[in-house]
Structures are given as structure tokens and as C-alpha cells.
Design a binder for this molecule. Sequence first.
Ligand code: SF4
Length: 184
Amino acid sequence: MDGVIQISKINDFIFCPHSIFLHGVYESFHENLYHEAPQKMGRSAHEKIDTGQYSSAKRYLQGTSVYVSKYNLVGKIDVYDTKEHLLIERKHKLHRLYNGQRYQLYAQYLGLVEAGYTVNKLCIHSLSDNKRYPIDIPGAEELDEFEKVIDAIRSYSVNTTYQTVTKAKCENCIYRQLCHKSLC
Ligand code: SF4
């Protein structure tokens, strides 16, 4: 994949590399074709952020666009608390933290820092149970790990990349009925 990578695709890629290919194919179709209830609820949470409904307090930056020049990544943050120097990514419901969510937050963090903001803390906020999951600011080791993921996204090929997906993942995938690689 050449050119700009959307930050939101990093988590999708970790879930299944083929899903970002399918996203590119189907994104021009109406979402009812493939989105299911959890995705719609998650999206609704993000729409509140995009339209500035997280809080009216001026201390919060919401839905701000960021760019990471080193990796050519573009995307939006969810919420940045300028008082706490805290970057927050909101999810509708979180049962556990996944690496893809951590990498996505790293990308947002790098973009905010590049834009000149100070970020001292990261967290993912699970809305349904109001729980916060803190994530450490990435050091050299975590950034090296992150860079390998970006390299893997850039070198992904539908025909040649080894498929690591499991049946359980396919059963929870919004593309399962449209995907020729689905295991279910
Ligand atoms: S159905 Fe399975 S192989 Fe296809 S995109 Fe989803 S998780 Fe990946």
C-alpha cells in the first residue's frame, strides 16, 4: 500500500490484514450492506466526538485532524484534554485491550506531538461501563514494534501475504458474508 495510511486502519489491519482491503472495496457502498449493530454503536460514539458533543468545556480538543510525517499517517484524534495533557480514544464497549487499539493511539499521539501538543498520558475509555484503560507513552521498543506494523501494512498483498486469520475472527467480522477468504 503506497501513499497515506489512515490511522483508523491500523486496528483493522491487526484484526485481519484482508479487512482493510475489503474496506477499500466496500467503503463507497451504503454501510447497511456490511455494518452490524456493534459497529454502528461504535460509530455513533465517534460521531459525537466528530461533531463536538463530548463536552462543551474549552479544555477538550475533539476530532482534531493529525498527520504523522515520518510514517505518512493521517487521521483524527478522539479527545485531547489540554489540562491533563491526556489523549483519550473512546470505544462503545471494551472487554479487553488489543494491540491494534494501542497502535492506533500511538499514531494519534505521534500526530499530536508533531502538531506541537504536549501529551503525557494515553487512555482508552470504554463508554458502556465507563472504564478507563491507561496506556503507557510509547518508548523506543514500542515505537520499533509500531514501525514494523506500519511496514507490514505497506507491504500487504491480497494474493501473497500469508493469512493469519482464525475462524473465530471471521465469525465476528463485518465482512464475513462478502469475503472470499472467510473461514466461516
Ligand atoms: S471474513 Fe475473515 S478473512 Fe475475511 S476480512 Fe473478515 S476476518 Fe478477514
